[in-house]
Design a protein around this ligand. Structure first.
Ligand code: GDP
Length: 193
């Protein structure tokens, strides 16, 4: 099943702006340009859903999307913009860690990464934050259409080995639409679990 009911709720730059901490929420995080918006759109089956998150001025905010049954998806700010002033980066970093540490409804974290790059320090930091709370984490190795079969298999194996028991891992492509059911299944499982 897709998420036809998904709709933008609010962009928050401070915790007091977050929607009420009820129901369940799955958060998506990833370096800028990793393919997070494309993944969110593909997984929800809503072409334009994450366009909001791309609107200038909103890339640094946590964008919340409402789902059926009072559940939500949260699009966490992409990190890795070298051009962003240090104090702004510091604000994101704090916002991100406070969100992951304190959000009671947070039921799982999807870390979106470009399958052609290795696991970055930022990805590791996010996994560590999730782990501190024993939250389920899922690594989405996106842009898998850019890899040939053996490269894809090798990448999956290497990241699985690094993730160990901390996170589950899968190949994904928003362009080729591969791994969609698996990704949706993971999200749905955390929302219903
Ligand atoms: P975000 O900054 O993490 O939200 O990344 P975007 O979703 O905007 O994607 C960044 C760039 O990667 C864009 O040029 C996308 O078209 C491209 N992209 C995203 N997902 C895929 C994918 O699965 N395959 C390929 N080939 N390109 C992708």
């Amino acid at each position: 099943p897709q998420f036809p009911e998904a709709q933008f709720l609010i962009s928050a730059w401070q915790p007091h702006q977050f929607p009420p901490d009820q129901g369940k929420e799955v958060a998506f995080v990833g370096r800028s340009n990793a393919g997070k918006s494309s993944a969110l759109n593909a997984i929800t089956g809503r072409k334009d859903l994450a366009r909001t998150s791309k609107t200038p001025g909103r890339t640094q905010l946590i964008n919340f999307f409402g789902l059926a049954n009072g559940h939500r998806l949260a699009d966490l700010p992409g990190y890795g913009y070298a051009k962003v002033p240090p104090e702004m980066q510091e604000h994101w970093r704090k916002l991100l860690s406070r969100y992951v540490e304190n959000r009671g409804s947070l039921a799982g974290v999807v870390v979106v990464m470009d399958s052609r790059r290795g696991v970055t320090d930022f990805d590791r930091q996010m996994l560590a934050l999730a782990r501190e709370r024993s939250l389920p984490a899922h690594l989405l190795l996106t842009k898998a259409d850019k890899l040939n079969r053996s490269e894809a298999a090798r990448t999956l194996k290497a990241v699985e080995a690094e993730a160990g028991t901390i996170a589950t891992v899968q190949l994904f492509s928003a362009v080729a639409k591969t791994g969609l059911d698996q990704a949706r299944g993971w999200v749905l499982k955390q929302l219903s679990g």
